[in-house]
Design a protein around this ligand. Structure first.
Ligand code: DON
Length: 589
């Protein structure tokens, strides 16, 4: 047993190392060494013994332990889940600067103790001067790097307006109170742990290119090391301005001016009008039924909720639990369902302010039945044979946090600056990284974006439009009561990650930690190969699936779920921080 445990620990460390190295713009896969992990143990054996953190009243799970502690403190001191979520959102912008942000955007799904479900869209918008061929040259070719490494890739940030709108609508504490921990962490600094230092090291070479980034995120030109204290006085000042002046301080004041000036200096197109015009949007979440549970997730401009629900509607009649986790049959039908649902995602979904999203059709029983009829029992479907199934369309970094309070309110948030540290640039002395979210648009139909997503015209760039996202902050209810809060970073793999945390609990009976840590797979139509994590397939399963026509790659940018289960059997909350983020923490009281 000890050697099995050791094997698991080594395997997990290898995965974590590779995932972190691979997140953002680098694209290494998992090393050949890591492929050996799990060869001699079954996927389920490797999960035995994993336990979630348990708490009676409330739970917080985030990708950085200090942000988790901020959330728990707010809850203990009488704040509700929304107060805690906003405090965490600002704290992560300081202690998890790769991903937590005020320079990007995201989505929030809320389940209130009174049964109401809400969705808040604070996704970035394209600048008013943007146009469909923004990233193409005169010959109509996509220019590499324009959407990811230039100021043209920056969308108008939504995080500050989003967090503040959530607080105004459902919070109970003043903005100054919930921002105070973030400001203190930025001003006094915090001690980096090995996970923090590893992430910062991931883009150290890029940090060297810009003196204002170098001055903060390198230590006299060298990468910060674990045990050292990272102080961010400029970010502290920016956060103080927001705490004092509210949303206006960001969108109408000095901060917007600094970003517009930096954009102009680097041949970007952001204008003060973009900031003045920016809005967030409250809407109804996407909801669907799965085996008596209600999935509550995000609608467009995210594809997450719709795609997860479409996959669940397709696989509903299959006895996945009977077939078992990581069995040939389970994987075959889930991969096929993902292939079809991603083809639909990439063809039909886009910003609802600009295009019609056929959600009702995509989630209808008839549509699921039509797709099931195309799945052969004994062979993989070549992706080239799969098209968006409603006919022609009409028209790497992120973080997740999950909060439940003692009243039964729950909040699931995913927000992002796209790549690890986004654009890798900071406007003047504002102290925070800007996003490169514009890469989520279709630069040209048929040409893959950074996450390999081959998308269509529905998601083309237009002024003021929001790029289609895969972020999937999700809440699951059982008989109308809170059951699970989940979500993940990971680009397009966010969808499969979030989906699999749900299936692992509902169909395969795992506890929350096992469900989050279990090796995963991901299929997104194009490319046709299936991404898998080491430890998922036994040699026999792999051989059988390969005979059926499947091809596997070991991919990067795997998600990192931060999830909470309200266990109806124990009456306790189970918190699970993903092993793939070593600095993450689940904690409650
Ligand atoms: O919104 C999206 O789908 C992407 N911009 C998310 C990027 C991401 O998750 C990168 N992180 N690992």
């Amino acid at each position: 047993m000890r050697s099995v445990t050791l094997l698991i620990a080594v395997g997990l460390a290898l995965i974590a190392t590779n995932v972190l190295a691979g997140a953002g713009d680098a694209k290494p896969g998992i090393s050949a060494q890591a492929l050996d992990y799990g060869r001699n143990i079954s996927p389920l054996e490797s999960l035995a013994g994993l336990r979630p953190v348990e708490a009676k009243h409330a739970m917080v799970v985030t990708a950085q332990h200090l942000a988790t502690r901020v959330g728990v403190r707010i809850l203990r001191e009488g704040g509700n889940a929304i107060d805690a979520a906003v405090a965490i959102g600002y704290a992560l912008a300081v202690v998890h600067p790769c991903c937590g942000n005020i320079g990007g955007g995201g989505f929030m799904v809320i389940h209130l103790a009174n049964g109401e479900n809400r969705f808040l869209d604070f996704r970035e918008k394209a600048p008013l001067k943007a146009y469909p061929k923004l990233f193409q040259n005169a010959q109509g070719e996509v220019v590499p790097g324009l959407s990811t490494h230039s100021y043209l890739g920056v969308g108008v940030p939504g995080t500050v307006m989003g967090l503040n709108a959530a607080l105004t609508q459902y919070g109970t504490l003043p903005l100054k109170t919930v921002m105070a921990p973030a400001i203190a962490l930025a001003r006094k600094g915090y001690i980096l742990d090995p996970g923090d230092a590893h992430i910062l090291d991931g883009r150290a070479d890029d940090f060297r290119k810009y003196p204002n980034v170098d001055a903060i995120f390198l230590n006299h030109g060298q990468p910060w090391r674990a045990g050292e204290r990272l102080r961010q006085p400029q970010l502290a000042r920016t956060l103080e301005r927001i705490a004092e002046g509210g949303t206006h301080a960001f969108y109408r004041g000095r901060i917007a001016k600094a970003i517009v000036a930096a954009s102009a200096q680097h041949r970007g197109i952001l204008s003060l009008q973009d900031f003045a015009d920016y809005t967030v949007r409250w809407a109804k979440p996407v909801e669907c039924d799965y085996r008596g549970y209600t999935i509550v997730s995000d609608p467009p401009p995210s594809s997450g909720g719709t795609t997860i629900c479409e996959i669940l509607q397709i696989v509903k009649p299959y006895p996945l639990g009977e077939w078992g986790y990581a069995s040939v049959k389970t994987l075959h039908y889930l991969i096929e369902a993902e292939r079809h649902a991603f083809a639909d995602r990439n063809t039909y979904l886009g910003d609802p302010a600009f295009v019609h999203n056929p959600i009702r059709e995509l989630l209808s029983p008839a549509h699921a039945a039509k797709i099931r009829a195309q799945i052969r029992p004994d062979a993989a479907t070549p992706s080239s044979e799969v098209k968006g199934s409603l006919g022609p369309a009409e028209g790497t970094n992120t973080t997740q946090f999950s909060v439940v309070d003692a009243h039964g309110n729950a909040v699931s948030v995913t927000y992002t600056i796209n790549y690890l540290f986004g654009l890798g640039q900071i406007a003047g002395d504002t102290g925070f990284f800007l996003n490169n979210e514009m890469d989520d648009f279709t630069s040209k139909p048929g040409v893959p974006n950074s996450f390999g997503l081959v998308q269509g015209r529905v998601n083309q760039i237009e002024p003021g439009k929001r790029p289609l996202s895969s972020m999937s902050p999700t809440i699951v209810l059982r008989h109308g009561k809170l059951f699970m809060v989940t979500g993940s970073p990971g680009g397009s793999t966010i969808i499969s990650t979030t989906l699999e945390t749900i299936l692992n609990v509902i169909d395969f009976g795992m506890n929350m930690q096992q469900a989050v840590d279990a090796p995963r797979f991901h299929e997104q139509w194009q490319p046709p190969t299936v991404m898998i994590e080491p430890g998922l397939l036994t040699p026999a399963t792999q051989r059988t699936l390969e005979k059926m026509g499947y091809r596997f790659t070991y991919g990067n940018a795997w998600g990192a779920a931060m999830a909470i289960l309200a266990n109806p059997k124990t009456g306790l909350y189970e918190g699970a921080a993903d092993r793939r983020r070593p600095s993450a923490l689940a904690a409650g009281y």
